[in-house]
Design a protein around this ligand. Sequence first.
Ligand code: FAD
Length: 536
Amino acid sequence: MPVTRYPVLIVGAGAVGLAASTLLAHHGVQSLTIEKRRAVFVYPKARNLTFRSLEILRGVGLGPAVNAAAHHISHMISKKTLSSAETTVVFDTDFFPDAEGISPEPFGKYCPQSVLEPILLDETRKWGSEVRYATTLVSFSQHDDGVTATIEDLDTGTRSDVHADYLLAADGTHSPVRSQLGIATSGAGRLPIFVVFIYFRGPWKHYVPTLGDGDAVQVDNPGVTGIMIPVDNDLAVFMTTYFPSEGETLEMFTAERCRALLLEAFGTNVAIDVVDVAPWQPYEQVADQFRCGRVFLVGDSAHTMPPFKGGGANTGIGSAQNLAWKLAAVLHGTAGAELLDTYHTERHPVAQFAARQSLTGPGAAYLPLGEGAPTLASDEDLPLFYMIAGYKYRSAAVITDEPASDAVHLVDSEELHGEPGTRMPHAWVQRDGERISTLDLLDTGFTLFTGPAGTPWFGAAESVSRSSGVSITVRPIGVGTDISDVDDQWVKLTGLSPESAMLVRPDAFVAWRADTMPESPQRELDSVIRRILARG
Ligand SMILES: Cc1cc2nc3c(=O)[nH]c(=O)nc-3n(C[C@H](O)[C@H](O)[C@H](O)COP(=O)(O)OP(=O)(O)OC[C@H]3O[C@@H](n4cnc5c(N)ncnc54)[C@H](O)[C@@H]3O)c2cc1C
């Protein structure tokens, strides 16, 4: 049996598996991703990307590709039937707050999984990482020096062994890897909400010609209630729910009945072709451990949430980014393996919070969900910002006086001012006459922001980089530097004095800051880097 070795084996090429592969590739780590599906996902499951996911994609140079493909955030209108004249706007972009001042990206954008996956696939292959479709994980075992997995080519039935330093289980809600490891999950679990996706081809455009990609129509009449979402040309999906408590079963959704329901939705006799009928139940489920030895859970295998706030893929992309730079640092020998423990410490509370917040949201309000579906008390239901970037990490990879804990620490958007553990602040600055975001100043290593009097930090960073192999780029902002602080926005946001410094990790989270110039900046920075990277 042929044996091949990779630094990382990723099981599952969903949005999160492919994001992890791409992010690792940007950190110089090649991976093999295996996917039992035969091709990228063709239906728009995850639909909207938040500003934080857009920032992460922008950070790896995919901003232009995503923005060329992505559209405005989803609008939804309501109609009695698709052919009825009256239309009500259910929600539009006003539903989402303005991200100006928080992010260089809009608050959210419609970029469905079916569009995102090919972008990520091309990118990771461009960097030399491999993605094999029609390939499944058969079994795996862990050893002191790695993971051995048996994989099978589903076309030929050929099995082979792959040896990897680390395995990423991006294998979805029902994660076979998580089950094999015996990792328990917490949360409400499978929710008593019974959804059916009816994919069809039909002349929907004739009745709702102004509907753009990503928009949706809620249909509500005595014959049927559901949401119609365009997929591609005449292909669309109609989402509806059924109620086992009222004697309804999935088996009742025969092609014939689905056709009849669609005719009720159209409200007129049209030619319809039912293409596919897929049942689905949402979960609120978070794995109790995101790491077991050399195996890491990412995406839905670590944290599954109902889609009512569009949080699943977005939270997964955030987790993939958190893990990618840490794995790269350990694989490149610049960090101790304990750094990898901070993946769980940092992402578990965030994921638990996001999953619970997702029990309700705009998506839930427009489908009849029946009794018994868990919901969130209105005083617990917080603005979307908190799920996206309104939290701070407390772990060994962040230097603060506050101890690590498994509770989520929420921060308001005004609190993104450079406190260790928070996403670094965004401000528009000027470089060579061009307006850029401070987030655009990051690269794949650490970045040390300082002010016009921060010259000693250059020598310190150079010395620490040389001795540790850790890349630290110094970025002075302000008068007399290459980067001008337009209207003092940056200084006002961060409170950084001309000689102070703020160290930002490769994932754009602040690791540490020094509000005055220490006696020995080199010694201070060396000690900080050692602590953050668990270098002993
Ligand atoms: C209707 C709906 C709307 C949604 N809207 C949004 C939204 O707007 N925004 C958002 O962020 N999220 C949204 N989500 C959630 C989002 O779709 C998921 O969170 C996201 O797809 C999870 O990605 P993943 O890569 O972790 O898992 P998945 O996409 O489930 O991918 C897991 C992959 O692993 C593969 N796999 C499993 N086992 C094996 C094996 N043994 N060998 C090889 N391959 C294997 C599977 O085939 C699968 O392709 C929505 C979900 C639904 C259902």
